[in-house]
Design a protein around this ligand. Sequence first.
Ligand SMILES: *[C@@H]1O[C@H](CO)[C@@H](O)[C@H](O)[C@H]1NC(C)=O
Ligand SMILES: *[C@@H]1O[C@H](CO)[C@@H](O)[C@H](O)[C@H]1NC(C)=O
Ligand SMILES: *[C@@H]1O[C@H](CO)[C@@H](O)[C@H](O)[C@H]1NC(C)=O
Ligand SMILES: *[C@@H]1O[C@H](CO)[C@@H](O)[C@H](O)[C@H]1NC(C)=O
Ligand SMILES: *[C@@H]1O[C@H](CO)[C@@H](O)[C@H](O)[C@H]1NC(C)=O
Ligand SMILES: *[C@@H]1O[C@H](CO)[C@@H](O)[C@H](O)[C@H]1NC(C)=O
Ligand SMILES: *[C@@H]1O[C@H](CO)[C@@H](O)[C@H](O)[C@H]1NC(C)=O
Length: 406
Amino acid sequence: MCGCGEPRLGWGHCAPSPMLLLSLLLSAAPFGLLGEETRQVSLEVISGWPDFTQNLLHIRAVGTNSTLHYVWSSLGPPAVVLVATNTPHSVLRVNWTRLLSPNPDGGLMVLPKDSIQFSSALVFTRLLEFDSTNMSEEATQLLGKPYPPYSLGNFSWNNITDSLDPATLSATFRGHPVHDPTRAFANGSLTFKVQAFSTSGRPAQLPRLLHTAETCQLEVTLIGALPRGNHSLFGLEVATLGQGPSCPSVQEQHSIDDEYTPAVFQLDQLLWGSLSTGFMQWRPVAFSQKQGSRESALPCQVSPPHPTVEYSLLKSSIVQAFFGSQNSFCAFNLTFGTSRGPGYWDQYYLSWSMLLGVGPPPLDALSPLVLGIMAVALGTPGLMLLGGGLILLLRHKQYSDYQSIN
Ligand SMILES: *[C@@H]1O[C@H](CO)[C@@H](O)[C@H](O)[C@H]1NC(C)=O
Ligand SMILES: *[C@@H]1O[C@H](CO)[C@@H](O)[C@H](O)[C@H]1NC(C)=O
Ligand SMILES: *[C@@H]1O[C@H](CO)[C@@H](O)[C@H](O)[C@H]1NC(C)=O
Ligand SMILES: *[C@@H]1O[C@H](CO)[C@@H](O)[C@H](O)[C@H]1NC(C)=O
Ligand SMILES: *[C@@H]1O[C@H](CO)[C@@H](O)[C@H](O)[C@H]1NC(C)=O
Ligand SMILES: *[C@@H]1O[C@H](CO)[C@@H](O)[C@H](O)[C@H]1NC(C)=O
Ligand SMILES: *[C@@H]1O[C@H](CO)[C@@H](O)[C@H](O)[C@H]1NC(C)=O
């Protein structure tokens, strides 16, 4: 997490130089002008037949020319398969006999196959815990000695039907270890709350990630579980499909604006391939209280994705069912907090959110407050210059729209 120097306004706004402001404003403006797209979003729980003890959550988001499918499941470790197609009519087919068999290849399909434009998957493999008790003052960035991790493939999960909320387009997977000899999860759980959106917007709750109808939000919460030390730090190990021999990269974007996520001037994203295929996006911050606030914010660190061969951890039926068994995987660790500052130990609560989506990742336009500060900083001549530039941009946009219609 990055702070900024002394000049602060409200909740930690910085005051950068006018030239920087001008270039940022000009580069941010065209994105702010993009129209909002809405989609017809439906959530469906698909139960296994004849075995009703398993279920899948299928999110289908239909646009004029495309359909996005997000399939979440807790068959094995929690996982999601995301598929984008170029038709509003593509459908998901599940063959439960195959999906639940030892060789699930072909148990999950999106048809017609040739409409698929992009597909990938995430698997949440392990919950990590580190002992940061004896970390020295200089080593606060280090996590400490790892405890044996919890393998999420060995968790048992609730029936998501009861948590399905069509009004908020959300559902929650709640799990705890099947074998829990120390009873650490007797009063605790790890939850994966999945939410879809039919239009763009921003939730009231921090980190207030900007979502679109192309995205799906995941909030992971650890609550009430007994830590194994007085100063335990937690983390999540995540695996994704590789692209041939290489792994997707994690990019950090910096901004001067923290209007929506106080004191966090960074946005991290993992991109599969080029900018317009698919992405995972998050603010490098987690919260140690239900009502997230600046005081309960913990930094979140990510390790670079690297190829992994620990297939036993990755045994996700839906991923194998859709992609087959010949895949390369990449894994990375997300870790939350430092030995100093707020932590899970405060209230036995930790939550972290991310967005998953296809197409170009949503980009924050500068907030009205920062624009106001800029206006003052730039003064009237600067504003006139900017205004002229914007009008030209708008004119140009209208003109090119007009051309493409003809
Ligand atoms: C989940 O709950 C619903 C209704 O409460 C029930 O119809 C369904 O069979 C249950 N599914 C599983 C997998 O237990
Ligand atoms: C949808 O497809 C039609 C026909 O191919 C095309 O004319 C139209 O521009 C497309 N609309 C969008 C929003 O891509
Ligand atoms: C589902 O898979 C099984 C086993 O591979 C196969 O015998 C069956 O025909 C499949 N069902 C459908 C509807 O394709
Ligand atoms: C931490 O340090 C104290 C004193 O140096 C020592 O007694 C204790 O065993 C250490 N704890 C751990 C978990 O290493
Ligand atoms: C779980 O909660 C109950 C009631 O609040 C309490 O009596 C019990 O000791 C707790 N168990 C553990 C392992 O913390
Ligand atoms: C953890 O906290 C308990 C209670 O405050 C204390 O008795 C114990 O010594 C602490 N353990 C360590 C390793 O600091
Ligand atoms: C994540 O951290 C754990 C504990 O330090 C380590 O064993 C594991 O190899 C790490 N995984 C990745 C993908 O870096």
